[in-house]
Design a protein around this ligand. Structure first.
Ligand code: PLP
Length: 351
């Protein structure tokens, strides 16, 4: 394969000049800042809320760099992973011309962002045991295919994608391979962030929304070669991560013990929940999961979903999703929540 980043990038993105903010042009330490039309008197809030935030979030990245073992210049931070997904389309895909390969059933935002950006999608359904159909993917790739999205562990199926298959794609596709590792903390599989130096076409996405318990903070990460990260920084809004998010992220990132403890608990609860779900008469299959949820095939899934809603327990109905027929996606709750779920499920009728 012949990977050439320059030839993948849209012309307008290559040619454009990035916005140069006041906070970008001067990065040293000064005592008087009269360069950004901020309110010199401060703000009603504490800290530095009258100042524009660091556009490149260097403090947060330094901390993440230590945790992840990836240099700061290989990290992009976005307003959730969703921002990274959108930016990749905008950088690499000419609207109305280029295409991206998606592997259903998978995370919905890959398709939403493609449609928003008028990027064609080619769908190659997952094969046996929700693994990659390597031959079908190879056949779907054409000269205008710029991106392939691989979600591992996959949402909504929960399984990890076989590493050897992902490596085949990385080694043979000369576009960008995006591996979405939103659930990697719950998995026994190794993250691909250790392979960044190996693959110039690799983008790994992670997020603070799941194991870090910070879905409300909106902080997503992308890890890639520096030229790709530079492109993402060029195209993003200058102040995409606000001061509140940066400050709270710095605080949260000191609590890795909290995260690890809850990962262990979640994995234990997941396996307990699997056993209990399998004991229910309505359950047909509980698919293997490396994530913080279980995909469960049930008799009359839709009806069970509705009955649970009436009891105030909301799960995700995936029964209309391709290859997830009759299946519900259930997030692992606290021990008490899981107990209540099982109690209600065992009382339900199957019709
Ligand atoms: C939850 C989830 C995310 C997280 O998205 P954020 O925008 O970072 O909250 C990303 N990818 C997948 C597959 C997910 O399920």
């Amino acid at each position: 394969m012949e990977f050439n980043l320059d030839s993948l990038v849209r012309d307008n993105i290559k040619k454009m000049t990035a916005y140069s903010s006041a906070r970008h042009e001067f990065t040293g330490n000064a005592s008087i800042y009269l360069d950004a039309n901020e309110n010199s008197f401060g703000s009603p809030l504490p800290d530095n809320f009258n100042r524009y935030p660091d556009p490149l979030q260097m403090q947060v990245k330094e901390k993440l760099s230590n945790i992840k073992g990836v240099p700061a210049q290989n990290i992009f931070l976005g307003n959730g992973s969703d921002e990274a997904i959108d930016l990749l389309y905008r950088i690499f895909c000419d609207p109305g011309r280029d295409n991206s390969i998606l592997l259903p059933p998978t995370y919905g935002m890959y398709e939403v962002c493609a449609e928003m950006n008028d990027v064609k999608i080619k769908k190659v359904n997952l094969a046996k045991e929700y693994q990659l159909d390597i031959d079908a993917i190879a056949n779907a790739i054409d000269p205008l295919t710029k991106l392939i999205f691989i979600c591992s562990p996959n949402n909504p199926t929960g399984n990890s994608i076989n590493r050897a298959d992902v490596e085949i794609i990385l080694n043979n596709f000369d576009g960008i391979v995006v591996i979405d590792e939103a659930y990697i903390n719950y998995s026994k599989q190794r993250s691909f962030i250790a392979e960044l130096t190996e693959y110039p076409n690799l983008v790994v996405m992670q997020t603070l929304s799941k194991a870090w318990g910070l879905a409300g903070l909106r902080l997503g990460m992308a890890f890639a070669s520096q030229p790709i990260i530079d492109l993402m920084n060029k195209v993003k809004y200058p102040y995409n991560i606000n001061t509140a998010t940066q400050l709270l992220a710095l605080e949260a990132l000191d609590n890795i013990d909290w995260v690890n403890e809850h990962i262990s608990t979640t994995v234990i609860e997941r396996e307990k929940l699997r056993t209990e779900l399998l004991n229910l008469s309505n359950t047909e299959t509980v698919f293997p999961s490396d994530a913080n949820f279980l995909l469960v095939k049930m008799k009359a899934a839709r009806s069970i979903y509705e009955q649970l809603c009436q009891k105030g327990i909301i799960v995700r109905d995936r029964s209309k999703v391709v290859l997830c027929e009759d299946s519900l996606r259930i997030t692992v709750g606290t021990p008490e929540e899981n107990k209540q779920l099982i109690e209600e499920l065992s009382k339900l009728k199957s019709t």
